[in-house]
Design a protein around this ligand. Structure first.
Ligand code: ZN
Length: 316
């Protein structure tokens, strides 16, 4: 299966050395994902880039828009498909995590269902493109209520060569922390499980975006595209820290969240990272570090519901 065979049905031009823009309709829903197909002058790998699986992560969405606009097909070896953004309904509704039609977190319903809810159908449509891709780049960031230090997650589910390729390309992104994951319902995990290497990148935070963040994200992604052989130019190598795993702490209560630690702060097992209080200011529970490590993200909202992530420790 190639991008061409899927995308020609939506009216995208598949001639070598051209770029075409349009929308990929999600069947049975009102959703149309803006997309750009860049067919290089020479044949090569097929790369899928998605921005905005989560609608409130702005630096990655603007990065995907700018990459789609500026990449010159004459300088591309292979094909690059950019979706910018994936979750249009969540983006326009200014929602964090969830989609407005079904209240589902799109990054928790992969590989999706052809006849499911709106989020499940979006996931299904994207997954067909993941299956056609040789490499999958999923651009994220801290959501409207999250702060984070740039990091990248690759999946260990593909095993062997797929994991090695994913890890190497993750390092080429040049973000300070690289971590492996075994989660299978996220976008990148579903791709790896189906045999497509890739990663999920995180940059930017708290419902904001800046030109500087977008430039950093474009440079980082371009370096990955060079490392994959689809774009020309010198491949930069940066020093990155490979983490053993990411330990996510989730809320066991609803109420108000008080974080006690800062991003990138080193923490020891047993240290109190924060607490949840009720609406009368009484402490419901303290949350202690389960591992030694460094804090990759910290939720910044006072509001918290049961099952929400609170913070994540990158275990060195
Ligand atoms: Zn996200």
């Amino acid at each position: 299966m190639t991008f061409d065979s899927i995308l020609s049905a939506y009216g995208f031009a598949t001639t070598q050395g051209t770029k075409s823009q349009g929308f990929i309709a999600v069947e049975g829903t009102p959703v149309k994902m803006p997309a750009t197909l860049i067919v290089g002058a020479q044949p090569g790998k097929q790369i899928l880039i998605t921005g905005g699986v989560h609608g409130g992560e702005y630096p990655c969405i603007e990065t995907a828009i700018q990459l789609a606009k500026t990449i010159d097909p004459k300088k591309v070896k292979g094909t690059i498909l950019v979706i910018h953004p994936v979750n249009v309904p969540a983006f326009l509704a200014k929602l964090q995590y969830y989609g407005p039609y079904d209240g589902k977190n799109l990054n928790r319903v992969f590989p999706g269902k052809a006849t499911g809810t709106v989020s499940e159908r979006i996931a299904y449509t994207v997954h067909q493109l993941q299956l056609a891709a040789d490499f999958y780049i999923d651009l994220h960031g801290g959501d409207i209520h999250e702060s984070l230090v740039p990091f990248v997650i690759y999946s260990n589910l593909g095993g062997g060569e797929i994991t090695e390729q994913s890890k190497a390309a993750s390092a080429a992104l040049g973000f300070p922390y690289v971590v492996g994951s075994v989660s299978d319902n996220g976008s990148m995990g579903a791709a790896a499980k189906a045999g497509t290497p890739g990663f999920l990148a995180e940059l930017g935070q708290c419902g904001r975006w800046s030109k500087e963040e977008v430039e950093q994200y474009i440079d980082a992604t371009s370096n990955v595209l060079r490392s994959l052989g689809v774009m020309e130019g010198t491949i930069k190598s940066s020093e990155v820290t490979f983490l053993k795993k990411m330990a996510v702490m989730t809320a066991e209560d609803e109420g108000c969240w008080y974080a006690f630690k800062n991003l990138e702060e080193k923490v020891k097992k047993g240290e109190v990272l924060g607490e949840i209080r009720d609406f009368f200011g009484n402490v419901l529970r303290e949350y202690k570090a389960e591992e030694d490590g460094v804090l990759l993200y910290v939720v910044t909202s006072l509001a918290i519901t049961k099952g929400d992530p609170l913070t994540a420790i990158g275990v060195v």
